[in-house]
Design a protein around this ligand. Structure first.
Ligand SMILES: C=C(OP(=O)(O)O)C(=O)O
Ligand SMILES: [Mg+2]
Length: 570
């Protein structure tokens, strides 16, 4: 029987393919006494051999299809698998304690993980993460359960998962992964943002997909409507295939705007830029007619691997983006890790409220060595284009000053060492904490530009988790509380002659574009796939007309009222 699920429309487009359930099984390693230790040792050897074959295959495929660098993590895993210092004690334990292999492995590995994690050394922490991963793989073979390996997918599928972590998502190959559905998450959760970057249809926050969808079920994902049809009949498949073709034609129609500037109906020019997570995404921004990069989320350079990227690796990535953008403004945001963005090899301290904890610039100012590596890479790359450096999650003027001081210190050191650094790079900040939005006048005197991060600004203003689909009624970009903060930031920037941009998802929301134009926003940065739709919307909107309405809009009592009003303008 066909079933229909509704969720949050996370990434436009229609996909029709079979379901691939991405489920991480619970791997229990209960202690059992055994009598035949010889047989137990062979069982372990077989599990080791199976894990080795699997890892070799994954490494080869990842190297061939995604890249050598991405494949490195699996080479590290193979080394762990062959490490006599880990495997030796496991075998000894089976022999001397007469226990099952699962238990011996789990106990031994946990000991190493705890030891390495307690060391104040990034390298040892990475090894702990490797051991944890490899142990899971061996355990899965011992227990006869399959762990999903998304990088081994070789047919067209739609991924169904409870949630996808950013590091899960970076391993998805869009050649095979045609769409995804998650049970939890909202439009601004990172899995949703990545879906838009990869340009694959996605529905998040469906709540019950894992319960309803079986492995191999035929699925239709309508990422624009936020709907999923499970086990559709032939007629429904035919209808959606037709819709898919119509969407393709609309896209072609819009692509004519790619070479056009971004101008309102009454001739006001703004900049429409793209958000990227890797150098490869820059090409998509240009393809969709982006006039710059308004946000490079550099944390993605740190994910999907098993060690920190070196200064040279980062330099190459920044240089590549700047060269591709060929003189267009390129805003690179420094590391924004923490909250839902975690690094497997750099465990952060457990916190009660990670979204209110040591994340982003707070972490970088505490771990200055980590920060300085990134800043040097950026400064060295600055000679290759129009670089604008941006700090995330700034709450106080003092934080901005401290971050900028570290940056300028690195600049001076590089220059003293004879390394070329541009004199023209700009330094700005994200406005995504209400305190910063309220104090925008004080910040405006010190920064070169602002970029409003509505994804976080909304969650911190409304005290509503951006990933909690049940709080959708509070997480409202159009809430007058949020709009007044945005207006405050734009006005403060303009009084100091500075640029006010926006790189949160709101900037690419077709309903928000006329409003933000009226509020005076200078730069709109969004997923590449939204650029042309936003440009078309802009072309049919008069800035003067919207400007005259802003006073009324800001004094409305609720987000619903604002939306109703905006919908009435069409
Ligand atoms: C752009 C933003 O940053 P991120 O989504 O990476 O938190 C934001 O908070 O709006
Ligand atoms: Mg943010």
């Amino acid at each position: 029987m066909a079933a229909k699920l509704s969720g949050i429309a996370a990434s436009d487009g229609i996909a029709v393919a079979k379901a691939f359930r991405l489920e991480h099984p619970v791997l229990e390693a209960k202690k059992r006494r055994i009598t035949d230790t010889g047989a137990e040792l062979s069982r372990l050897d077989e599990a080791l051999a199976a894990s080795r074959r699997e890892l070799e295959e994954i490494r080869e495929r990842t190297a061939g299809e995604i890249g050598e660098e991405e494949a490195e993590i699996f080479s590290a895993h193979l080394l762990v698998l062959d490490d006599p210092e880990l495997i030796g004690p496991v075998k000894d334990k089976i022999r001397t304690d007469s226990v099952n292999a699962e238990h011996a492995l789990d106990e031994t590995a946990s000991g190493f993980v705890a030891l390495f994690e307690s060391m104040d050394n990034a390298y040892m922490k990475e090894r702990a993460a490797d051991i944890r991963d490899v142990t899971k793989r061996i355990l899965s073979h011992l227990l006869g359960v399959t762990v999903p390996n998304p990088s081994l997918i070789r047919e067209e599928v739609i991924i169904v998962a409870e949630d996808l972590t950013p590091s899960d998502t970076v391993q998805l190959n869009p050649v095979y992964v045609k769409g995804f559905i998650t049970d939890i998450g909202g439009r601004t959760s990172h899995s949703a943002i990545l879906a838009r970057t990869l340009e694959i249809p996605a529905v998040v926050g469906s709540r019950s997909a894992m319960e309803t969808v079986k492995e191999g079920d035929l699925l239709i994902v309508d990422g624009s409507a936020g709907e999923v049809i499970v086990r559709p009949d032939d007629q429904t498949v035919a209808d959606y295939t037709e819709k898919q073709q119509t969407l393709g034609l609309q896209r072609e129609e819009l692509s004519r705007l790619a070479a056009e500037p971004s101008i309102s109906a009454d001739g006001h020019r703004v900049e429409i830029a793209g958000n990227i997570g890797s150098p490869a995404d820059a090409a998509k921004v240009l393809e969709h007619g982006g006039e710059g990069v308004g946000l490079f989320r550099t944390e993605f350079l740190y994910m999907g691997r098993d060690a920190l990227p070196t200064e040279d690796e980062q330099y190459e990535a920044y240089r590549s983006v700047l060269e591709q953008m060929d003189g267009r403004p390129t805003i690179v945001r420094t590391l924004d890790i923490g909250g839902d963005k975690k690094l497997s090899y750099m465990p952060l301290p457990e916190e009660e409220n990670p979204f209110l904890g040591i994340r982003a610039i707070r972490l970088c100012l505490q771990e200055e060595d980590l920060f300085r590596v990134q800043l040097r890479a950026l400064l060295r790359a600055s000679v290759h284009g129009k670089l604008k450096i941006m700090f995330p999650m700034i709450a106080t003027v003092d934080e901005f000053r401290r971050a900028k001081a570290v940056l300028l210190d690195e600049r001076d050191k590089l220059k003293a060492a004879g390394v070329p650094v541009s004199d023209g790079f700009e330094v700005g900040m994200m406005v995504e904490i209400p305190a910063a939005a309220l104090m925008a006048d004080a910040f405006a005197r010190e920064v070169d530009f602002f970029s409003i991060g509505t994804n976080d600004l909304i969650q911190y203003t409304m005290a509503a988790d951006r990933m909690n689909e049940k709080l959708g009624y509070l997480y409202q970009p159009f809430s007058p509380a949020v709009l007044r903060l945005i207006q405050n930031v734009i006005d403060a920037a303009h009084r100091e002659g500075k640029m006010a941009g926006m790189c949160g998802e709101m900037a690419g929301d077709e309903r928000a574009v006329p409003l933000l134009l009226g509020m005076g926003l200078d730069e709109f940065s969004m997923s590449a796939s939204s650029i042309l739709k936003a440009r078309a919307k802009l072309a049919e909107t008069s800035k003067a007309d919207m400007e005259a309405r802003i006073g009324d809009i800001l004094s409305m009592a609720s987000g619903e009222e604002v939306l109703e009003y905006l919908d009435g303008l069409k």
